[in-house]
Design a protein around this ligand. Structure first.
Ligand SMILES: Cc1cc2nc3c(=O)[nH]c(=O)nc-3n(C[C@H](O)[C@H](O)[C@H](O)COP(=O)(O)OP(=O)(O)OC[C@H]3O[C@@H](n4cnc5c(N)ncnc54)[C@H](O)[C@@H]3O)c2cc1C
Length: 359
């Protein structure tokens, strides 16, 4: 059973950028919801005037609106036998001797297990006893309708701009007939992201807009500490904090963690003791290891802006190609970390030595 508090389709604050590695995990039918395919990605360090473009013969990012994408995925799940209950908030959870009872807006639901995929503000995680240890960062997403000339100019590439937001970046994701433009910051404390985004629109040369829809939400950039399974509850996606620390992209590991939760349940035939252990070990050897490996590059990008500009000035092309290979699913951060002489390995050593010096 798929329990969803909203009525589908619903708007979800998200760039809707489906990286090639995420698309591969999903049914082919998601293509119906793809509004544009970007074969080129642009990375700029605005203040230093550094500009890199990577290109691939397959789409690097497929641009979707989450309302349509998620609606289609829910329909696919129904076709495979799931029952969708929408407009139904989970409000409580009680562990029973042989299962779980979820209290919901439409009455109690009994299940053998719960995969909590209820997003960054996961109520199920909170009610099941997890403390908040994830780093939740603010992000804005504006749906911007511009004139034909500006749209023509910005519609071909996915664009990422550093040096616009403190410890963050801004992006332009072109959709069928409008631009999803957003910004995020890894800085703790107050950041005027709305002001940053308004300046960014000016920087992009967008002087007038026909319509802007403004949305904001949080992104968990670090996973929860300890176990991701407790009793009969498994955490997946943002509820677990599985966002790529470099790109802040979360769909890939949200999907993959859901698949690993299903695998653990099937492998262990719904046994309450072994499912959690199996899920933890599947997560530890794949997603959690990958998130950890990406942290050295994230540290450079977000915490050492001057060093990052210098590093990208010297090796920007190679690093942009590497990150493109990662989001295409052709390379992983953890493979790079294992390779002698790789940039990531070098960065990790650098990060460790600088952290020790700061201590
Ligand atoms: C501004 C912004 C831009 C982003 N851009 C991108 C991007 O371009 N590409 C990318 O890969 N990632 C992006 N992300 C991250 C991405 O949106 C998330 O990582 C991803 O959506 C996580 O999926 P999820 O299924 O875990 O949670 P969600 O997508 O948040 O889904 C949670 C679902 O649970 C439902 N729910 C919540 N509480 C309850 C409840 N109590 N009862 C019942 N249902 C409930 C919600 O209605 C929702 O449908 C972005 C995030 C932000 C904030």
């Amino acid at each position: 059973m798929l329990i969803e508090k909203a009525s589908l389709p619903r708007y979800k604050t998200c760039g809707g950028g489906l990286l090639s590695r995420a698309r591969r995990l999903l049914p082919a039918s998601v293509s119906k919801t793809v509004e544009r395919e970007c074969y080129a990605a642009e990375l700029n360090f605005i203040q230093e005037g550094l500009h890199f473009v990577t290109r691939r013969s397959d789409p690097i990012i497929a641009m979707t609106m989450r309302a349509e994408l998620d609606y289609l995925l829910a329909a696919e799940a129904q076709m495979m036998g799931a029952r969708l209950v929408e407009g139904c908030s989970v409000t409580g959870i009680t562990e029973l001797a042989h299962g779980v009872e979820l209290q919901t807006a439409t009455g109690p639901v009994h299940a053998k297990f719960v995969v909590a995929a209820d997003g960054a503000n996961s109520l199920v995680a909170r009610l099941s006893g997890w403390n908040e240890a994830r780093n939740l960062i603010p992000a804005l997403e504006y749906e911007v309708f511009v004139n034909d000339e500006d749209f023509e100019r910005l519609r071909e590439r996915a664009r990422f701009d550093f040096g616009v937001a403190p410890e963050g970046y801004a992006w332009v994701f072109p959709k069928r007939a409008h631009l999803s433009i957003g910004v995020l910051s890894m800085r703790r404390g107050r950041v005027n992201l709305a002001g940053v985004l308004n300046n960014y629109l000016r920087h992009l040369g967008i002087k007038e807009t026909k319509k802007i829809e403004r949305h904001g939400y949080v992104i968990p950039t670090t996973p929860r500490k300890g176990q991701l399974a407790r009793g009969r509850v498994l955490l997946a996606g943002d509820a677990a904090g599985l966002v790529d620390p470099v790109t802040a992209e979360g769909i890939t590991f949200a999907v993959q963690s859901g698949q690993l939760a299903a695998q653990a349940l099937i492998d262990c035939i719904f046994d309450p003791v072994s499912v959690g252990l199996r899920y933890q070990s599947l997560m530890a050897e794949s997603i959690l290891r990958e998130l950890k490996a990406g942290r050295a590059l994230a540290w450079l990008l977000y915490k050492q802006p001057r060093l990052a500009a210098w590093f990208f000035g010297k090796h920007g092309e190679a690093l942009s190609e590497f990150v493109t290979d990662v989001v295409m699913g052709h390379k992983t951060y953890r493979d790079a970390l294992r390779q002698p002489g790789s940039y990531l390995r070098f960065l990790k050593v650098w990060k460790t030595s600088m952290t020790h010096r700061e201590c």
